[in-house]
Write a protein that binds this ligand. Structure first.
Ligand SMILES: [Zn+2]
Length: 274
């Protein structure tokens, strides 16, 4: 009998979710750099000495090898190594909540281009955003986790081609400079900055005030995405405003979005601490 070479893939991946399968195995859903979203089965990964076990922990960046059979829904995880464990050295509640929140968003809101058969470049780009997010979040050097998370949400909107309009009123087109600060609004439904006249005219009853701090943060994110978040610090008021605007915006424009359950954990933690 000749040796049959089975097709396989070797690529970097982010572990999005994992769940038990059978007595000792695990299934993991991965976002890979070269093959988009892939689901793998890790045989016997729940045995204590399994070498596959460290490769199926959600939130880790791994370098993995798996079977590549286009007709199968599940590929076999064969081996690999851990590249980055963001929760490794000093996990905090905040860090884990934003990490898990981001994984939920990536798992639930999949841009069309993140499937390799649609657009290989799109999949690699989405993986690149996740990779940069994890490295920035775990380095602790860039910014507070919440700011890094906001930047990640912005990048995700960008991948979907729906980031907010900031340079003019998204309804009448009046330039931002012509809109008095006191009447400036943010409309999630209409897609960004809104002038006071459009707001009074009923263009979006759900629009909210857009303050200088929030607008400056949005400008930084529009200009540089995750890089734009480097060194940004927010006041508690700014943080609530930016978080609220982004949450409503994502709700309107990102198919499949809902507030990640992981962020509820954070709120519960804060309530019990205060
Ligand atoms: Zn207007």
């Amino acid at each position: 009998m000749g040796v049959v070479t089975r097709p396989s893939a070797a690529t970097d991946a982010l572990v999005l979710r994992a769940w038990p399968c059978g007595e000792t195995s695990a299934i993991a859903s991965l976002l890979t750099r070269d093959h988009g979203y892939v689901k793998v089965i890790a045989k016997a990964a729940r045995r204590p000495l399994s070498t596959l076990r460290p490769l199926v922990e959600p939130g880790r960046l791994v370098s993995v090898e798996f079977s590549l059979d286009p007709v199968r829904e599940l590929q076999y995880l064969r081996g690999g190594s851990v590249e980055l464990d963001p929760l490794g050295p000093a996990p905090t509640l905040e860090l884990s909540a934003y990490l898990l929140g981001a994984l939920e968003l990536v798992d639930r809101c999949r841009p069309a281009g993140a499937l390799v058969r649609d657009d290989p470049g799109g999949a690699a780009e989405l993986f690149g955003v996740c990779d940069a997010f994890l490295r920035m979040l775990s380095s602790g050097a860039g910014s507070e986790p919440v700011v890094v998370f906001f930047a990640f949400e912005w990048e995700l909107l960008d991948r979907h081609g729906v980031s907010p309009e900031l340079s003019r009123c998204c309804t009448c087109g009046a330039s931002r400079e012509s809109v008095p600060v006191a009447t400036r609004r943010f409309s999630a439904a209409e897609g960004g900055l809104m002038c006071g006249e459009c707001a009074r005219g009923g263009a979006d009853e759900g629009c909210r005030a857009l303050g200088d701090e929030a607008l400056a943060v949005f400008d930084a994110l529009e200009g540089g995405g995750l890089d734009g978040a480097r060194g940004l610090a927010l006041t508690p008021v700014g943080r609530r405003e930016v978080g609220g605007h982004l949450h409503r915006f994502l709700g309107y424009h990102l198919p499949g979005y809902r507030l990640p359950a992981a962020l509820d954990l954070l709120r519960a933690g804060k309530a019990s601490a205060s």
